[in-house]
Design a protein around this ligand. Structure first.
Ligand SMILES: N[C@@H](CCC[C@H](N)C(=O)O)C(=O)O
Length: 327
């Protein structure tokens, strides 16, 4: 089959965007998963953290389905939703839209550039659920809020939440970011295990002074990525709950691929997060795929120039992190 796609990224979390609205593909469920495994394979010609399928919705402006690089489908993707927001808004000539995702219809909108020349979108991250059954996390208690999990670590305290994909968040020190601790415990909860039967995205978060945090995430279905949008949103919320940052105030969230802003809204005991950041396109490509043989060739690739501007933002962030993260 012949497929045309656009590769893009949100904070260096990179995706292949496949437009099922205009191109009339007739993918089966197995095809979508198999395409993710084949095309996202990092050592292959394209490589990505996942595929974003952009589809028609019968009640929203568009629909997003996200498949991780291992072929599993996720209920939500924050960085990916910014790319889909841009794609749908540009396709339909809109400045704001509603995108159907697996569990919610989410508001998205174009925003002033976070950095000169960097296309910027805001997406709604919601619903937020703390019930352990929503992840699921098999512990004999209803929620886990800044508490230890003895099977995972003697020292770290975790908060578990679904936004609505599952996240496990720990606020750590600079020292705890070093070494293999995050990798080891993430591999444990994303392999066959009793605690998280569906796996979980694991984030280590460091407070960098008021209103600034650094988040590093080991993603379910992928491994370490440059950034994870839902994780940065969930982590921002956790820091507000712990009194480290403020609700209703913009938090600068630094990551290994750049920087986003999160605003955490609280209404009684309900939460919703605005995630604001880049939606950068890297190239357009056409591929010829033989799914039964598990091979593909790239027949056309057109590089875009947006990344040059993004790299300036990235360089500034890297400079800041080199000193900020050590403290
Ligand atoms: N990178 C994404 C999340 C993608 C899905 C995640 N790996 C999962 O399986 O839940 C984001 O930006 O939120």
């Amino acid at each position: 089959m012949n497929i045309i796609l656009t590769k893009g990224h949100g904070s260096g979390n990179d995706f292949l965007i496949i437009d099922e609205i205009t191109n009339g593909y007739s993918f089966s469920e197995n095809d979508r998963s198999a395409l993710a495994k084949l095309l996202c394979y990092r050592q292959g010609e394209l490589g990505a953290d996942g595929i974003l399928y952009v589809m028609n919705s019968d009640h929203a402006d568009g629909r997003m389905r996200v498949f991780n690089a291992d072929g599993s489908e996720a209920s939500m993707c924050g960085n990916g939703l910014r790319l889909v927001a841009r794609y749908v808004c540009e396709l339909k000539g809109l400045d704001e839209a509603v995108i159907e995702t697996m569990k919610a219809n989410l508001k998205v909108s174009r925003k002033p550039e976070i950095y000169d020349g960097v296309p910027t979108y805001q997406v709604e991250i919601s619903p937020v659920l703390f019930e352990l059954s929503a992840l699921p996390l098999n512990l004999d208690q209803p929620t886990l809020l800044n508490e230890k999990i003895e099977e995972l670590s003697d020292d770290l305290r975790f908060t578990a939440l679904a936004v609505p994909n599952p996240h496990l968040v720990a606020i750590v020190t600079g020292g705890q970011l070093e070494g293999n601790l995050q990798k080891e415990l993430s591999e444990k909860v994303n392999g066959p295990n009793v605690l998280f039967p569906d796996g979980v995205n694991v984030s280590f978060v460091k407070q960098l002074g008021s209103g600034n945090i650094y988040v590093r995430t080991f993603e379910r279905g992928v491994g370490f990525t440059n950034a994870c949008g839902t994780a940065m949103s969930a982590s921002s919320l956790v820091t507000c709950l712990q009194g480290l940052n403020e609700f209703e105030t913009s938090i600068q969230v630094y990551n290994n691929g750049g920087k986003v802003q999160c605003i955490v809204h609280r209404q009684e005991d309900k939460y919703q997060i605005d995630l604001i950041g880049n939606a950068t396109y890297l190239y357009n490509a056409a591929v010829n795929v033989d799914l039964s043989g598990g091979t593909f060739t790239v027949s056309h690739q057109e590089e875009l120039t947006e990344q040059h501007t993004y790299e300036k933002l990235q360089a500034e962030v890297q400079g800041f992190l080199n000193t900020a993260i050590k403290g």
